[in-house]
Design a binder for this molecule. Sequence first.
Ligand code: GCW
Length: 704
Amino acid sequence: MVRKTLGLLTVLILWSFALKADDGSRLWLKYDLLENQAYRKSVSKAFKKVILTDNSETSKVAANELAFALKGLTGKSPLVVTALQSDLSTSKAIVLRIGRPDGVENEEGFEIISSKKGTTITAPSSKGLLYGAFAFIRKLQTQNPLEFTFTDSPKVQIRMLNHWDNANGTVERGYAGSSIWKWFELPYRIDPRYIQYARANASVGINGASINNVNASSRFLTTEYLEKIKAVADVMRPYGIKVYISVNFRSPRTLGGLDTSDPLDPEVRAWWKAKTEEIHRFIPDFGGYLVKANSEGEPGPQDYGRTHADGANMLADALKGYEGVVIWRAFVYKADPNGDRFKEAYNQFKPLDGTFDKKVIVQVKNGPIDFMPREPFHPMFGAFPKTPLAMEFQITQEYLGHSTHFTYLGPMYEETLDTDTYANGPGSTVGEVVDGSLHNYPVTVMAGVANTGSDANWTGHPFGQSNWYAFGRLAWDHTLTAEEIATEWTKMTLSQDDEVVNKVSDLMMRSLPTYVKYTYPLGLHHMMGEGHHYGPQPWLAKSGRPDWTSVYYHRAAEDGIGFDRTGKMSDALELYAPEVQKKWNDPQKMDLNYLMWFHHLPWDYKLPSGQTVWNELMTRYYEGVKEVEELQKEWNSLGGKIDRETFENVKGRLAIQQKEALWWRDACYLYFKEFSKLPLPSGLQEPNRTLEDVKDLEKIYHLR
Ligand code: GCW
C-alpha cells in the first residue's frame, strides 16, 4: 500500500514537473494562459475571430499567429476567416487590413486601433501587418489595457542578424551549441526550428539574416549551397526576412578558376555578375552580400593594390538591377606595435567617404576596438556624411562571459545609440547617424552578431534571449529604453507577477555594470584569455600580433596604467568632434568609465572622487564581486516564483559567475600590484592565493 502510494506520488511529482518545466525553446512567444482572470476574460470577450482581408502568405502568417496567441493566452480558439468568405461583422474581431494610415511613415509600419469591441490593424504592406500583429500580441502578453491607438514604424530599414556559422556546423564565437543551420540536411529536410527562428525574428522586427560566417568559405557560393540557401530563404520569406550571404573575396579564384580576384579585372567583374545572376535564379529577393575583406587574414581588394571602395563598388555593380545591397565591414587593423588599433579603420575609410556606390553600406562595430564590455562609440560614426554607416553590435557574448555570465546588453546598446557624436552640432546621436536622419543616408542598417545555437533554449544562458530580443527592439526603434525592454521581455518570458517582473528587470539592469566592474573597470579593455577570449589574462604579452596581447592595451608599468590617446601620445581622441574630445580629454572632468581608454595615469593620481587611481580600481574590482554575490542571492530568492528549469539554469550559471568574478578580481589585483607596489585599500581582504595560482587556472582553458 505504502509502495503504491509512493509510486503514485512519484508519478504525480514527475507529471507536475513536466507540466511546469520550461526548456526555454518558446523564447518570449510563450502565450501561456493569462493568469489575471479579469483581463483574460475581457480579451476572450473582445476577440472571437481574426478577419483577414489580404491573401498574401505574410498576412496569413500574421492571422495565424494572432489566433495561436489568443488560443494560448485565453484558452479559447478564435475563428480565422478571410473577408472574401462573407461580409462578416467586424465587431469582436481583430481585423487585418491593407491601407496607409496617417502617421505610418514607411511600408513596414502599422496602426492598431484597439477597443473592447474589437481591433483593427492597418498597414501599407503585409509585412506591416505582420509587425502590427506581433505588436498587438505583445500588448496582450504584457496586459496592456485594451483601449488604445498605437502607430509605429521602424527607424532603420535593414535590421539583421549576422550569423558567424560555418558550413561544418560550428559557430565562431557561438556558445549555445552548434549552428541552427543543418547544411548537410538541406535542401531536403527543413528543420522545424527554422520556422521558430523566423517567427522569433519577425516578432521583434528583424528582417534580414546573413546565414554564414564573415570569415567566409567560398563554398556558400557553389550551386550546391545556393540550393540549400534557397530552401532557407523560402522558409524566411513569409516572415518578412531576407537572406544575405557572407562572401569570400577570393571566390573568383577558388570557385571560378581565375588567376586573380582583382576587383578591376574584367573577368573577375564578369564572374561576380554571373554569380549574382545565378543567386537570383534561386533567391529572387536576395538581400545582398556581407564582406569582411583585408581583415585578420581574409582576402580583399588591397591584395591587388585596390581600395575597399573598389572592392565594394564591384559587388554593387554586380547587384545593379536587383534589390540587394553590399554591406562592407570596416573592422580592419594592421599589426603595428607602435600604432594604435583604435585609429586603423577610421584612417583607412575616411579618405573613401563619398566614393562608394549607392548600394554600399559600411558596417562599423559599436566601438573602435572589438566589442569590449564598455567602449566609447566608434569615431567613424561622427565622420561619414556621405557613406551610409551600419551599426554592428555583438549579441553573442564573446567578451562578456560567453553563455555563463549574466549580462543584459540592452544598456550597452542604448548607451552607444544615445551618445552624441556632434557630427552636425549638438544632438547628433549615433542612433540618428545610423537611422539616416542626420545625413540622409539612402539605405540604413543595424546588425547584431547572433547568439543563437542548437541548445534547446537557443542561447545557452536564459538571459541571452533577452539580448537577442533587445537588439531587435532597438534596431526597430533606437529611442526605446533598455529598461522598458527588460520589463517587457521579462513579462513575456518569465513571469506575469509584477513584483517578480520588477525584481528581474532590476537585476537585468544591474548585470552589465557589475560585469564591467569585476572585469574592465575604469575603461580598461582587452585583457581576456588568448584565443578563446574567456577569463582574465592581463599578463598576456606575446601573441600572433602585438595588438592581440593585453599589455598593448592596459600599458601597466611602474609609472601607472592606461592607454594615452590624447595629443601627448596616439592622439586617437582627435578623431572625434571637438565637443567629444572635450568630454574625454580631462581625467578630472570625464566619466570615469572611459578613463583608461584615453589616459595613462600614475597609480597615485588623485581622481575627482578623492580616491587614487589604484584605490578606485581595486574598490571597483571588489565591489564587482560583491555585486555578483548580491545578484546571486536575489535570484535565489525567486525560487518557486519562476519556472523551475529556468530558475535552476540561471542559478547554476550564477554560481560559476561568482567563482569567475573572483578569478578576474584576483588576477587583476595580483598582476597590477606587481607594478603599483601598493597595498589594497583598507577594508578589502587579501586573496588567499598567489599570482602563480591564478595563472595556473588559465591552463584549464588551454586544454581545449
Ligand atoms: O573579434 C574578432 C573575433 C573574430 C571575428 C572578428 C570579426 C568573425 O574574435 O572571431 O571573426 O572579430 O569581427 O571579424
